[in-house]
Write a protein that binds this ligand. Structure first.
Ligand code: GLA
Length: 744
């Protein structure tokens, strides 16, 4: 973590100040400052976001210059002041700012022009909740302050409230926008971004997390060039294809050095992050709900609340930025009884049996799991309706009697009698044609009238925006969760959304369908997680298709990827850790050769990769040899010993697997007294290089003992000289090192 600057602030110090003379707002804590000004004509301009300054003296006023083809304020003759070149806080369309707008409003007369000027401000203690939306929160109003700046379009009386919360002890600002129609006529929001931020002329890189199903969140880094580059999802969910996290950094920024700005969108539907470098080398970023397929009707007196974006800043590189997010998401986005609880080691039957199981077969796996010390059995897809493969029964959340002739409760009792917990899989948002739900309520699914809907995995999507649909799901799920005494739920979503049309919305509101879907999903999650607060909820969407800060508000962990190959997981988990905490990433040991890649890897390497997350197994233990089971029992015991450090310690990336043949990362306790390091070699070679591994995040003044060898080494040595790793003459090898401080 960055050291505090030499001035430190008291608990009661204001975090937000308004300088009347310069008309500048300053949000600041010991780490960061954010400056914005009420500029000429009441335009909100952006001055600065970055390392903290104590006090702003007005020296960073936007320069003025007469430039061709850059228009000026309506009704003025000053040619040196143009919205086309000003760094701004939130831009509409049609006001002479030709860059990417944050807001597009279609007025009743067909015009899309708005001219937003400053109206008022308010500074409040704490952080207000966003109705119906997930968001970062405070436990105590002393933790943060919030600035709300209201802009208005005088002609239409559209009010735009820009909200900024700064935390006292975090390098974080949360931003969202509320748009109110205070006029007389109905308007349509065609775009309502949650954030716009402009950077002055500087060279920047953009980091994004693209991927695919079974190949999620690979760190991609490129130069921000002239023109616009859009990162987005139009798939109805966050998506495997492009995560909703983005970062801008200096070209020289690496894991340990340099400035970086992170933007983590707290939303689980279509999103868009648009980066534009303009003609004057300034960069604009907008983040928000994707305007593709979005059109929100706003009648008189109605308001629209955007989801929020969590901005984080570091001048100490990517690891420091990630740690800010890990702490924030774990401590002030995740909620509930399981937020800080150690997560159980699971055995999941999916890759062990797929749909081919019954009570007897599963009991044998449970017995074996108990013997090796596993703590929870997760019953995956195929336990309900008459589901023997993936073409039926979604929507019918009643036990499949053929597989469980004595009911689910009996099986769950058996698991509990073995001293294990019982988990179960649901895919609530889906419907199969072959289901009682479809036969009774064909109108519950999203479909365009008279059009043949697009199948995907033989299934269709329910209209989660409808109360009746949510009530139906709530009642069915409640019955199962109560009756069968369930401890954990895996909430899956196995296709993307097409046929975007709701049978209960009028034509002029069809553009609201996808956002209403997400709001409905959140409402159902809120209801279920409140009704069953002891259950550990795990998100999933064909693996990691819906890993985002929004889902983390309801479910503290998520299945990271359907790709369980240890080597593929290195890059997936490395990329995911950029924005999301380790306690949210589940990782399982599966069989070798791997079912997704066909690659054979050592059992130890598979375990070391999976132990770098929320640990479990996903293979048929009944088919394993005695030696393998003994090795697994050892792995389980090891994980139990290091679990608190892994799940709740600080995580530091050391070697990026996408840059070579190696990968390494480490976990360290907050007090730096204990660290666990994993290092991996991908391919072996006949003339291997001698590789030094250097650690980070330890106390240089302390000595540490390597638990396996008993050898004592200085923290400064481990970080500065490092040590040579042993040479492995086989592919896909791994090493774990466990250090404990022996003196201070
Ligand atoms: C998704 C999940 C898997 C498994 C299957 C079951 O792909 O990611 O883990 O639950 O669905 O159909």
């Amino acid at each position: 973590m960055t050291k505090a600057n030499n001035h430190s602030r008291k608990v009661s110090d204001p975090l937000i100040t308004f300088d009347q003379e310069n008309r500048v707002f300053h949000l600041h804590n010991q780490y960061i400052s954010y400056l914005l000004a009420i500029d000429e004509g009441g335009i909100m301009s952006h001055l600065y976001f970055g390392r903290a300054v104590r006090h702003y003296h007005g020296q960073r006023q936007s320069p003025r210059l007469d430039r061709g083809f850059s228009g000026n304020l309506p009704g003025t003759t000053d040619r040196t002041y143009s919205l086309d070149s000003l760094l701004r806080e939130y831009s509409g369309q049609g006001d002479g700012d030709f860059r990417t707008p944050a807001l597009i409003v279609r007025q009743a007369d067909g015009s899309r022009s708005v001219f937003l000027t400053y109206q008022s401000y308010q500074i409040i203690a704490g952080k207000p909740r966003l109705k119906g939306l997930p968001a970062a929160y405070v436990k105590d109003d002393e933790e943060a302050q919030t600035l709300i700046i209201t802009l208005v379009d005088q002609l239409t009386s559209l009010e735009v409230a820009l909200t900024y919360t700064i935390y006292r002890d975090r390098k974080v600002i949360a931003r969202s926008v509320k748009i109110k129609n205070a006029g007389q006529t109905t308007v349509h929001l065609e775009k309502a971004a949650s954030l716009q931020i402009d950077f002055h002329n500087r060279t920047l890189d953009v980091i994004s997390l693209p991927g695919a199903h079974v190949n999620e969140r690979h760190e991609q880094r490129e130069k921000v060039g002239f023109g616009s580059k859009v990162f987005s999802s139009s798939r109805g969910t966050t998506s495997h294809q492009m995560n909703s996290f983005i970062a801008l950094c200096e070209p020289k920024t690496d894991e340990f050095h340099g400035e970086v700005y992170g933007f983590n969108f707290v939303y689980s539907g279509n999103h868009k992050e648009s980066v534009e470098r303009d003609q004057f080398k300034q960069t604009r970023l907008t983040v928000g709900i994707n305007d593709d397929q979005f059109d929100w009707q706003l009648g008189p007196d109605e308001s629209f609340q955007t989801p929020e974006v969590l901005l984080a800043y570091s001048d100490h590189g990517l690891n420091d930025l990630s740690q800010t997010y890990h702490h924030l998401l774990r401590e002030r986005v995740s909620r509930g009884k399981n937020q800080f609880r150690q997560r159980p080691i699971v055995i999941n039957n999916w890759e062990a049996t797929f749909f081919d199981f019954n009570e007897l077969k599963l009991k044998k796996i449970v017995d074996e799991a108990k013997n090796v010390g596993i703590e929870m059995f997760v019953l995956d897809d195929g336990w309900f309706g008459h589901r023997d493969n993936d073409d039926s029964s979604l929507g019918d959340w009643r036990v499949f009697k053929k597989k469980f002739p004595h009911g689910l409760k009996k099986f769950s009792d058996y698991v509990h009698q073995q001293g294990m917990k019982m988990g179960i899989w649901f895919e609530p948002e889906m419907i199969s044609y072959d289901s009682d739900l479809y036969r009774q309520h064909p109108d519950y699914m999203l479909r365009v009238p008279d059009r043949e809907p697009t199948p995907s995995r033989d299934q269709y999507v329910l209209d989660m925006g409808r109360q009746a649909v949510r009530d139906n799901l709530f009642n069915q799920m409640k019955q199962v969760l109560k009756d069968a005494d369930i401890d954990y739920v895996k909430w899956d979503m196995n296709r993307h959304i097409t046929d975007v049309y709701s049978s209960v919305l009028p034509p002029q509101q069809q553009g609201e369908t996808l956002h209403r879907y997400v709001l409905g999903l959140y409402e159902l999650l809120e209801r279920l997680t409140s009704e069953f607060p002891d259950i550990l909820w795990e998100g999933c969407s064909g693996g990691g298709g819906r890993i985002d800060a929004g889902m983390m508000y309801y479910m503290p962990q998520s299945w990271t990827s359907d790709n369980t190959d240890a080597i593929a997981r290195l890059t997936i988990q490395y990329g995911t850790s950029l924005a999301y905490p380790i306690s949210s990433m589940t990782a399982h040991v599966s069989e070798s050769p791997n079912q997704q890649t066909g690659r054979a890897t050592p059992l130890q390497t598979r375990a070391d990769v999976a132990m770098s997350g929320v640990f479990g197994y996903e293979l048929d233990l009944t088919k394993m040899s005695a030696a393998e089971k003994a090795a697994i029992a050892k792995q389980v015991a090891t994980y139990k010993a290091i679990r608190p450090i892994i799940q709740f310690g600080d995580f530091i990336r050391l070697i990026n697997p996408s840059q070579g043949n190696r990968c390494a990362w480490l976990f360290v306790t907050a007090d730096k007294s204990e660290a666990v390091v994993f290092s991996f070699q991908v391919l072996s070679s006949a003339q291997p290089a001698f590789n030094v591994l250097k650690l980070a995040g330890l106390n240089g003044n302390w000595d540490y003992q390597n638990i396996a060898t008993g050898k004592v080494i200085g923290g400064d040595e481990l970080m500065n000289t490092g040590f040579y790793e042993t040479i492995d003459k086989f592919d896909f090898s791994s090493h774990m090192y466990h250090f404990k401080a022996v003196s201070d």
